[in-house]
Design a protein around this ligand. Structure first.
Ligand code: OGA
Ligand code: NI
Length: 197
């Protein structure tokens, strides 16, 4: 565990975009993917917005994914395992990097075929509590041509990241603009933010 946490953090320190290929074990990733598939079948996903609750905009020209917030209160074994993992990661991050993270929030996201999220920053203008963005992918198979890559704009560089099962991406929420390219098949993830409240 410690090893994967360090892999993500060291990769972040290297070039501002942390990537770890096996952050979520394939068992947990598979269960969370199944959860997302059932939530979608039960019509429990909602169109994502582009502001926070005081400034909620649902602009389908900016983003067209559908989301559902994870919550310990759901008492779902796999969400609980996910939160336990994130608690361990936050403890590790705070003790090794003095980040002072005090909270987090995570949602499932489904990009159906044709969905995308245009270039943006994750921090709201009227609320700076989101410090780090963290995304975990839940797609067992992703081929060139499937689209749906995460493109991070890092200075003059562009990094294009394939949304493959278990992979985690980690970066500062107020710093790096990024976008999700149009997905040519359904694309599943858990996205969230580590916060200082
Ligand atoms: C977001 C986001 C990226 C991804 O939800 O803010 O940028 O790869 N997601 O899903
Ligand atoms: Ni984003």
């Amino acid at each position: 565990m410690q090893h994967t946490f360090n892999a993500l953090i060291n990769s972040f320190i290297d070039d501002k975009v942390g990537i770890a290929d096996n952050f979520l074990g394939s068992l947990l990733a598979g269960h969370l993917a199944d959860n997302l598939t059932s939530l979608h079948a039960d019509h429990r996903l909602s169109a994502a917005g582009t502001g926070n609750s005081t400034n909620l905009l649902q602009d389908l020209t900016v983003r067209s994914d559908k989301i559902f917030w994870l919550d310990r209160k759901h008492d779902d074994a796999h969400e609980t395992a996910f939160f336990d993992l994130m608690d361990r990661f936050v403890l590790h991050l705070n003790s090794t990097c003095y980040t002072g993270i005090t909270g987090y929030e995570f949602h499932y996201a489904l990009y159906e075929t044709g969905s995308f999220y245009k270039k943006h920053l994750d921090q709201f203008r009227n609320n700076t509590s989101r410090k780090y963005s963290m995304i975990m992918y839940l797609n067992a198979d992703w081929q060139t041509g499937d689209g749906g890559e995460l493109r991070v704009h890092n200075g003059d560089e562009q990094q294009t990241i394939t949304p493959l099962m278990g992979k985690s991406v980690f970066f500062k929420s107020n710093e790096l603009e990024h976008e999700v390219l149009m997905a040519n098949k359904p694309r599943m993830s858990i996205t969230g933010w580590l916060k200082v409240d």
